[in-house]
Design a protein around this ligand. Structure first.
Ligand code: GTP
Ligand code: MG
Length: 147
């Protein structure tokens, strides 16, 4: 099954939305393989967002991500990457549909609550970048009902 890296950004942690975000992915049927609350270093933030290095908002993005702890996670399931992206909604909460995390809970593009990997390549890169430790390996009885 596919794996994706998901992170509740500092605004989501500060607003008490970690449980809400985790709950949505749990109820969807995705399987949690790893999770941790962590303070992000400048080095990690710049590496994570390396693709945006030349963008005008890059410094603000790095400052924001390092401003307060994030909740980093790995989730697994069939089509986990696109399913999680759909559940997050469009990057700008103003464009995100109701029912999505950003559509229901966010206001501005600068503080849009969650990050999710956007492709298999970025998922592999981000999981390796954020999780040095081994991920959980377990079966759930309910897995037979989520094929
Ligand atoms: P992530 O899951 O966080 O990577 O969001 P995304 O994949 O939906 O968007 P993208 O990778 O294009 O941008 C990364 C992040 O940069 C976004 O989530 C925003 O927080 C931020 N960002 C993108 N565009 C802008 C912008 O125009 N202004 C500001 N302030 N932030 C932006
Ligand atoms: Mg992105």
């Amino acid at each position: 099954a596919e794996r994706t890296f998901i992170m509740v950004k500092p605004d989501g942690v500060q607003r008490g939305l970690v449980g809400e975000v985790v709950s949505r992915f749990e109820r969807k049927g995705l399987k949690l393989l790893g999770a941790k609350l962590m303070q992000v270093s400048n080095e990690l933030a710049e590496s994570h967002y390396a693709e945006h290095r030349e963008r005008p908002f890059f410094n603000d993005l790095v400052s924001f991500i390092t401003s307060s702890p994030v909740f980093a996670m790995v989730w697994e399931g069939e089509n986990a990457i696109s399913i999680a992206r759909n559940m997050m909604g469009k990057t700008n909460p103003a464009d995100a549909a109701p029912g999505t995390i950003r559509g229901d809970l966010g206001l501005t593009i600068g503080m849009n609550i969650v990050h999710g990997s956007d492709s298999p390549d970025s998922a592999a890169r981000e999981i390796a970048l954020w999780f040095n430790e081994s991920l959980a390996d377990y079966e759930r009885a309910v897995d037979v009902w989520l094929k």
